[in-house]
Design a protein. Structure first.
Length: 115
């Protein structure tokens, strides 16, 4: 059962208090909050030896986020959508570049010094 159907069932059980227009927003907000909690729990349990490989994987995910942000900024028919898309492009670019810098620095720590 998806999060949207659970929200619809909860709205119907509550006497239909939720407006049909607010259901997608409520579903997206619910998924976001759950993702924050699950992400925090997963990240705090990762041993330090896995940080470099996971940083590389998160850079790939951030790259996908950057592509999505570019699409959102380019297809913005309304000014608010274009502004938020541009902000998303800036933040995703900072995330990707920073991730590569951190990964490179971590890999430098493990390289042997040549004499």
């Amino acid at each position: 059962m998806s999060a949207t159907s659970l929200i619809v069932l909860a709205a119907e059980a509550g006497g239909g208090a939720a407006d049909q227009g607010s259901l997608p927003l409520l579903a997206a907000l619910t998924v976001f909050v759950l993702a924050v909690f699950v992400g925090f729990e997963i990240i705090t349990k990762i041993p330090p030896t896995l940080h470099t490989p996971l940083m590389s994987g998160s850079n790939a995910i951030s790259g996908i986020t950057l592509v999505g942000a570019l699409l959102a900024a380019g297809h913005g028919n309304q000014p608010a959508v274009a502004i938020l898309g541009t902000l998303a492009v800036i933040l995703a670019t900072i995330n990707v570049v920073g991730g590569f810098l951190v990964t490179n620095r971590m890999l430098e720590m493990f390289r042997r010094k040549r004499t």
